[in-house]
Design a protein around this ligand. Sequence first.
Ligand SMILES: Nc1ncnc2c1ncn2[C@@H]1O[C@H](COP(=O)(O)OP(=O)(O)O)[C@@H](O)[C@H]1O
Ligand SMILES: [Mg+2]
Length: 482
Amino acid sequence: MAADLSDAAANPLTHGWLAGLDQAVSRLRTAPSSTPSGRVTRATGLVLEATGLRLPVGAACRIEVNPGHPEYAAAEVVGFNGHTLYLMPQTDISGLPPGARVFAEEVAAGTAEVDAALRGRRLPVGDALLGRVLDGAGHPLDDLGPIDDAPRAALNTPPVNPLSRRPIDSVLDVGVRAINGMLTVGRGQRMGLFAGSGVGKSMLLGMMARYTKAEVIVVGLIGERGREVKDFIENILGPEGLARSVVVAAPADVSPLLRLQGAAYATRLAEYFRDQGRDVLLIMDSLTRYAMAQREIALAIGEPPATKGYPPSVFAKLPMLVERAGNGKVREDGSYGSITAFYTVLTEGDDQQDPIADSARAILDGHVVLSRSLAESGHYPAIDIEASISRAMTALIDNTRFQQVSRFKQALSRYQRNRDLIAVGAYAPGNDPQLDEAIALHPQLAAFLQQDLHQNVSYEQAVAHLDSIFPMANRHVSSATA
Ligand SMILES: Nc1ncnc2c1ncn2[C@@H]1O[C@H](COP(=O)(O)OP(=O)(O)O)[C@@H](O)[C@H]1O
Ligand SMILES: [Mg+2]
């Protein structure tokens, strides 16, 4: 390079030009250092292209939307190609002119924490957030005042070493009889809640949030309609549920980046409370919309779609989010915090082959399936016990309860298989003793599985109820017939 310059300097034709350049460079050297900036070179669709800045993927930046006025749009680097950065704006960019300037976030804000900007955002955490509703960037959406005093934590945390994690070995009471009794959930377990729309996911999540024995609830409402967010907070969670919850809402009308960040932020909040040794219930509604937000971004920066329009990065992102939930490290005094998580997964038209549902089933520790036909018949919560499973359950319950649960499932499925025959009177009692027992038990089983929205059924009550349907004295009989 230096050799080139001296060659050029020797050439009288370029000498004048070089001298001018030299002067300009020395003027720049003596001038006060200015904020480095780049320029927007292309804006088509969701993603902007910018040149002139070198920022890593994930870095936060600001785009000067309206030169002359200090008006900036927050954006994030989502990829690059050669010297071109791909930026995804988080807010509206109407009015953005060609060549608009781009700054690295913390630099534009005038603080020296460039490093922090490159490593990722720092968002508010802490007890002061309980009872609050925030957006994906950590700004309050309620009118309960600012939260500027809350401590801030980096959004991204290093993953917990799987070997130093406490295994799932104690029950978390979720206050719902069918789950406590038949699909027992352990502290630190990650469950899917699979259902189509309008089948009662939000209502069930709300019941768990209100009645669970977990100390803190973090709710991530990702990609839902705005109206549903308000309904969930005001009517389903209610004041009692909200008091010990933090709600992060990133509805469908915010940028896909903020939706992803909302899910990451909700998870980060849960991690914060877990790392203090508390039991956290994390509710993420929905994992499908999270995947869709990632799909929007990935397709916009040119990743090819693979499975049903979802690019491969979607399937890499899901486990990265889900793995952050779970039990924490065991502390010195033997205690440990936990994040028990419920992720809703939309299975439209009861399509169990949906790639997101498939992927979620593989990475979660069990799933609760809600059935439209149960909901339509007024059976709430509409949990399809036969299709649902808690994979951690065998580590949580003793043999007696295992027998009870097996007998429950056998009687239920025997009844379901013959339901049409029974309904038309084509089955004559006495032909099949096991079916006779199933028919006799069915009203009790159906009653066990249903629960009023305003009723809290503890784990102990659920177990006692199971004992009353399948008394301990019958134990030897059940093991003989099983
Ligand atoms: N436990 C329940 N008891 C009575 N009705 C319910 C219950 N769960 C759901 N519903 C009915 O189903 C409707 C949709 O429930 P919702 O939880 O909003 O569904 P989703 O979140 O799956 O779309 C509710 O408005 C209500 O009418
Ligand atoms: Mg809902």
